[in-house]
Design a protein around this ligand. Structure first.
Ligand SMILES: Nc1ncnc2c1ncn2[C@@H]1O[C@H](COP(=O)(O)OP(=O)(O)OP(=O)(O)O)[C@@H](O)[C@H]1O
Ligand SMILES: CC(C)(CO)[C@@H](O)C(=O)[O-]
Ligand code: BAL
Length: 313
């Protein structure tokens, strides 16, 4: 099939018009939210979206509201034209790339309120630091607290808020998220349920490199040596799953084995926890379906990965 160029829409007003026009024609819309620098993991989400919707919108937006001021917003990798080439290679194509310039631009009513308030707030995201006056945030209060939320306390606030904005603008029937970002997927599902968004949220399986490393835009930060060492993440997760299959249901023992393997490879473990798949609460023994979630740094790359384990006991 000939490569099809997606339409590029850069303003929220045009995006909304397109979406309304398509819905008026009876078309269903699938949204794949991304921050760009696309890889095969992203493309798998598009393929999944194709199974559920007539038209596909891929958003590419590096959201300042989910980065703290000490994180990598300014160096986050991007390659918009490379991304377009990749999107054109997807079977069935992509209808729209939504690459907004005005997501947090509210027109002439802008003020510097966000910046002025900065001193009184302990943690601010890059969005507030810039001071556009945005002050409405969505918090998924319990699910956002553990795992990545411990070291990135504003991250999920930023994600839930920007995803809500995208849902309001694109008005999709279906949205696809990768299970690599397991906590993010669970948070979006809970937000959609709790706030009655009319969007079906689908979690799509993790896509890995041939050697098992979970694909991630931030893998580009790894030196060849760090990349080799980072394989300890997936390998230790697979070993822990195997041990659970063999009857080891003590979570502390399993977690410790994962932490040790990553540390021995030179990684700095942020967390390795076994949690309930739905509530993300820590469990002591595997009796119901769990997921082992890991975040670890190799050099300047902070990588996350996980493995689901059904209950064996
Ligand atoms: N290897 C993967 N397999 C499946 N989905 C993925 C994979 N990597 C990313 N995704 C999904 O793609 C969507 C967009 O993610 P994003 O653009 O942040 O990419 P990323 O590779 O996760 O980047 P980062 O390295 O910054 O975390 C998210 O829903 C994410 O879970
Ligand atoms: C969902 C998302 C696009 C929101 O900015 C981002 O967190 C991501 O790429 O996973
Ligand atoms: N994949 C989630 C985006 C982030 O970690 O900033």
């Amino acid at each position: 099939m000939a490569a099809r160029e997606p339409e590029i829409i850069t303003s929220k007003e045009k995006m909304r018009k397109w979406s309304r026009a398509m819905r008026a024609k009876g078309k269903t819309i699938g949204l794949v939210p991304t921050m760009g620098y696309l890889h095969k993991g992203h493309l798998s989400l598009i393929n999944e979206a194709r199974q559920h919707a007539d038209l596909i919108v891929v958003s590419i937006y590096v959201n300042p509201g989910q980065f703290s001021t000490s994180e990598d917003l300014s160096t986050y990798p991007s390659d918009f034209y490379g991304d377009l080439q990749k999107l054109m290679s997807v079977s069935g194509g992509v209808d729209v790339v939504f690459n907004p310039y005005d997501l947090y631009d509210y027109g002439s009513g802008r003020d510097r309120e966000g910046a002025e308030k900065r001193d009184s707030v302990k943690e601010v995201s890059c969005l507030e630091e810039r001071g556009g006056g945005h002050e409405t945030w969505i918090r998924v209060e319990k699910l956002e607290k553990g795992l990545c939320g411990k070291s990135r306390p504003l991250f999920f606030r930023g994600v839930a808020t920007v995803v809500s904005k995208l849902f309001n603008i694109v008005d999709p029937d279906v949205a696809i998220f990768g299970k690599k970002d397991y906590q993010q997927w669970r948070i979006i599902r809970r937000m959609v349920r709790d706030l009655d968004f009319a969007v079906q949220v689908i979690g799509s399986e993790i896509v890995r490199e041939d050697d098992g490393l979970a694909m991630s835009s931030r893998n580009v930060y790894l030196s060849p040596e760090e990349r080799q060492k980072a394989l300890s993440i997936n390998r230790s997760l697979s070993r822990a799953k195997h041990a659970a299959e063999e009857g080891q249901i003590n979570c502390k023992k399993l977690q410790d084995s994962v932490i040790l393997a990553i540390q021995e490879a030179g990684g700095k473990v942020d967390y390795a926890e076994i949690v309930d798949q739905e509530t993300l609460e820590a469990v002591e023994e595997i009796k119901a379906p769990v997921v082992i979630c890991v975040a670890a740094c190799f050099g300047k790359a902070r990588l996350i990965d996980n493995i689901e384990i059904p209950a064996y006991a």
